[in-house]
Design a protein around this ligand. Structure first.
Ligand code: COA
Length: 187
């Protein structure tokens, strides 16, 4: 006999985060604490990530500290994905709500130094924005980028983000002045 399975809202929300296809051999899946070793390796290869560029990684100078950060993501249901090439973790893209109504999401990313310049983060963010906008009531994505971070500005531009005039220092990153970029995805 054929039985229909009814999914709860929570199960439906879980489904789309299990695996997001980016291209060919590359997909996204939620970070888990066991990814800490590999994320730590990527941060060690390019200390500028935690010193100047990506707020949540600031001060994560041990593998255990990275593990605790990932555990917190799991508790507060922010969507932090590993970029997986074959079965190797090569980077991170994430998005999380910054407003109580869940209409606005912030986003961020980094990738292993050896994998840069191949369009991977742009494709990964494009896939994430597409799938998250379809499954959540998001109307706007925002990113905060230091004007001197040319590769990140290039990614934001390729994704269709526009720069705003809002610039604020990020205390966790030594006061680096970050400009707000926005992408409207209002249906
Ligand atoms: C920013 C980052 C994630 C980009 O990842 P990536 O996979 O290399 O990105 P892509 O290949 O999709 O695009 C990079 C773009 O930057 C451009 N670029 C790289 N260096 C540049 C420079 N010095 N000046 C101008 N453009 C530059 C590349 O040409 C490419 O654009 P193109 O496709 O139009 O040629 C990666 O550099 C990184 O991890 N940086 C450290 C962490 C970080 O800065 N995170 C963002 C914080 S806001």
């Amino acid at each position: 006999m054929y039985r229909i399975k009814w999914y709860t809202q929570e199960e439906q929300n879980m489904d789309w985060t299990t695996s997001i296809l980016v291209r060919d051999n590359i997909k996204l899946r939620l970070l888990v604490p066991d990814d800490a070793g590999r994320i730590f390796e990527i941060l060690e290869k390019d200390p500028a990530i935690r010193e100047k560029f990506v707020t949540w990684t600031a001060g994560l100078t041990t593998e255990d500290a990275v593990r605790s950060a990932i555990e917190k993501f799991q508790q507060n249901s922010s969507l932090r994905f590993g970029i997986i090439d074959g079965d190797r973790l090569i980077g991170y893209v994430g998005t999380w709500s910054n407003t109580p109504d869940g209409k606005e999401y912030d986003a961020g990313y980094f990738i292993d130094r050896d994998k840069r310049g191949k369009g991977i983060v742009t494709s990964a963010m494009k896939a994430l924005i597409e799938v998250a906008s379809k499954n959540l009531p998001i109307e706007l994505f925002a990113m905060y980028i230091w004007d001197e971070n040319e590769p990140s500005k290039a990614v934001a531009q390729k994704l269709g983000f526009t720069r705003t005039d809002v610039i604020e220092p990020e205390p966790a990153l030594g006061g680096v002045p970050e400009r707000r970029w926005e992408l409207s995805v209002k249906k």
